[in-house]
Design a protein around this ligand. Sequence first.
Ligand code: 1GP
Length: 241
Amino acid sequence: MNKSILEYIQKASKEDKKLLAILLDPDKTSINDLPVIAKKIEDLKANFIFVGGSFVKNGVTSIFVKTLKRYTKIPLVLFPGDYSQVTNNADALLFLSLLSGRNPEYLIEQQIKSVPYLKNSTIEIIPTGYILIDGGTQSSVLKRSKTIPISQQNIDLAVATAIAGMYKGKQLIYLEAGSGAKKEVNSKIISSVKQNISIPLIVGGGIRTKEQLNKAYKNGADLVVIGTAFEEKQDVLKMMQ
Ligand code: 1GP
C-alpha cells in the first residue's frame, strides 16, 4: 500500500469497494498466538488490522504491534482506548473524538495527553469522529468513557452528530454499537448517516453473521470492523462469501 491509509479508504469509498478490518484487543489476545492469528487474518484478506481495547495495560500495545508486524504486511491501525496505547510501531492511528459523549476526557483531554507520544512520530494520524449507538449492552467503551450512547431510534441525533463531526474536520466517521453488542447499528442510522456525509463511514459492534455484514455494507458502511466474531473463532470467511 503506497498511498496513505486514509487515501486508500477514501478511494475505496468512492469506488464502492467494501473494506474489512479485524479488531485485535491486546488485553484479550496472547502475543504467543499472533503468528497463527496473523495467518488467519491474511487468509481472510482483511484490509486492515485494528489494534486497541478499552482496558489495555500500559506498554502492552507497543510490544503487541511490534510482534504482529513480524507476521503480517496488513496495515496495522491503532484504535486506542486511551493515550497510553499510542505507539509509533503501527502504520496509522485513528485519532478518536467521542462525539456522542459529553465527557471532556474523551473529547479533548486524552488527545492532549497523546501529544508527547505523537510529536516526533511518523505515524499517520487520521482525525475520526467516534459515535456510540446503543448496542443493548453495557459495553467496555461505555464503562470506560462513562458516556451515554445515542439511542437506535434517534436517527436525527446520530446524523447531526456525524455532520457536526465532518464540519469539525474529521476525515472518518465511526458508528460503534460497542464490542459484543447485542444489537448492531441499525440500517436506518447507517443509511441516513451515509447519505448526509461526504467522508467514509466505518461501522462496528455486534456484527457476527453474513447477513449483518452485508446489510451494513448495503446501507453504506465503507469499512466494517469485526472483533468478537473473530475472537470467538467463528468462520468470518464464511461471513464474507
Ligand atoms: C468494537 O466495533 C468493534 O470496537 C467491533 O465490535 O467486537 O462486536 O465485533 P465486535
